[in-house]
Write a protein that binds this ligand. Structure first.
Ligand code: ZN
Length: 474
């Protein structure tokens, strides 16, 4: 796995991949090789299937690289909007308060500012980390350079610190993708593989939009009205449906991947060149990648059989383990942030009328919603999906919607009783210890065996024997 020439170890700053919403990830786009530079080491090697949608791949990369910066900036701007509103520098409107007889002067400035900043940072921040992307780092216009660049991919993988797998259902059907992952695992530990499922990014973004719309309406509409109640009920059902759909899709695609890898053979794996009968769109002949790949496999694995064995065992285990955990805690919290910002809007309204205790109470509700209730809700749906594996799809989704609805009605009831009993500050404060234990328990149940999310019966026996260490997921 040595370089034939140092000039083939190349990388581009990741913002070159992300600019114009991942234009280079579109197969029909002409790309510029000149943007890549010769480097000493590659930070991340991007492994992806060209069959997957450019939009979902770009969204996944944007979230992976920019979510932390987006969370920091949006929270700082939320704080600024709160302060400006509190000092009467932003307009608002009067509406009846949920608790107490005095009406509130309120407006959704905090949530609107924070969501806008989150989206802007997510899309326009330009990280500079050097990454390897095949189209930008291998000269596509010179056939000789291209062939030698392809032969050097193994050496580039060896000199990459991490492998970024943008995973969706077609990934494991592509010979190139499997080859990149297997070659990387040959010289690295499993924890160096970072698996980014595209469905996770779609869920996080959809959840932020849902939370923003639902809770944004909640600020504007009058408390306790029929319209508000219907919007809340519809919102909870939509959220349950969204999350259960994504979770079921994820489980099924992981099971399909396990089945495909268990029966993997080089002869059956797909290559772009073979699928178009070795003709490019202009009708010109293109060489078959399969020949190059067989050459590389024999060089790095000894034989095709060795390679296939490695894919069926270690590679399958590594992918299954990484994909077992559907959504990490940090991203569940991020996906629910608009709910916290809306409560900060109500806290600012309390501060406007010089009611610091009420403001503390509203802030506590916002923090509980995001750090405890949202993770508990996601854990609950994952458990429902996991334990209803023998039921039909539609029943699993309806069950998840029902559980979300009942759980939210219960949470509203408990909060109301707490406030009636202990007041606007101590009521929400009492809910912290009350929700801490159930959340911890549900999250522990969901994550204690993250590889168990898929239902591969062989998996539980295989993983401990191989001494797997968990791979990081975003
Ligand atoms: Zn071919």
């Amino acid at each position: 796995m040595d370089l034939t020439n140092r000039k083939f170890l190349r990388a581009v700053p990741i913002h070159r991949v992300l600019r114009r919403f991942g234009r280079v990830l579109r197969t029909s786009t002409q790309v510029e090789f000149k943007h890549s530079l010769v480097v000493e080491e590659i930070a991340k090697f991007i492994s992806h299937s060209w069959q997957a949608s450019r939009w979902s791949k770009t969204l996944t990369l944007l979230l992976f690289y920019n979510w932390k910066a987006a969370v920091i900036v949006s929270n700082l701007m939320a704080l600024l909007a709160m302060i400006l509103f509190m000092f009467d520098l932003l307009p608002g409107f009067r509406k009846a308060a949920r608790w107490g007889s005095e009406p509130l002067f309120v407006a959704p400035w905090t949530v609107c500012t924070a969501v806008l900043c989150f989206v802007l940072v997510l899309i326009f921040r330009a990280p500079k980390e050097p990454v390897f992307l095949d189209r930008l780092c291998i000269n596509q216009r010179d056939e000789h350079e291209k062939a030698e660049g392809v032969l050097n991919i193994g050496a580039c993988l060896k000199r990459s610190r991490k492998l970024l797998v943008i995973w969706e259902s077609t990934y494991c059907q592509r010979l190139w993708c499997i080859f990149e992952l297997a070659a990387f695992l040959k010289t690295h530990e499993d924890k160096d593989v970072v698996v980014l499922p595209t469905s996770l990014a779609q869920f996080v973004i959809a959840s932020i939009i849902w939370n923003f719309l639902m809770w944004g309406f909640y600020v504007v509409l009058p408390f306790g009205s029929q319209v508000t109640t219907y919007i809340l009920l519809f919102g909870y059902c939509a959220y349950g449906w969204l999350l259960s759909t994504v979770a079921v899709h994820h489980v099924l695609s992981v099971e399909k991947m396990q089945e495909e890898l268990r029966n993997f053979s080089v002869a059956d794996a797909k290559c772009y060149c073979c699928s178009v009968n070795h003709k490019d769109p202009s009708g010109e002949d293109i060489p078959c990648d399969r020949h190059v790949m067989v050459q590389c496999v024999q060089q790095w694995f000894g034989s095709i059989e060795e390679f296939e064995m490695s894919v069926r065992s270690r590679l399958k285990d590594a992918l299954s383990y990484s994909l077992g955990m559907f959504c990490p805690y940090s991203l569940v919290v991020t996906s629910a942030l608009p709910c916290m910002w809306v409560n900060f809007d109500f806290a600012a309204a309390r501060l406007y009328r010089r009611d610091p205790f009420g403001a503390i109470g509203m802030s506590i509700i916002g923090l509980i919603s995001v750090f405890l209730l949202a993770p508990a809700g996601v854990a609950l749906i994952i458990l429902v999906i996991r334990f209803s594996s023998r039921c039909c799809l539609i029943f699993r989704k309806l069950l998840a919607v029902g559980v979300v609805l009942v759980a939210n009605v219960a949470v509203h009831g408990i909060l109301q009783v707490s406030v009636d009993y202990a007041g606007e500050m101590w009521g929400p404060a009492l809910c912290v210890p009350a929700s801490l234990l159930p959340t911890f328990f549900l999250w522990w149940l969901t994550t204690r065996n993250s590889r168990g999310f898929g239902t591969d019966p062989q998996l539980k026996a295989e993983v401990p024997e191989n001494g797997m260490t968990p791979s990081k997921s975003i």
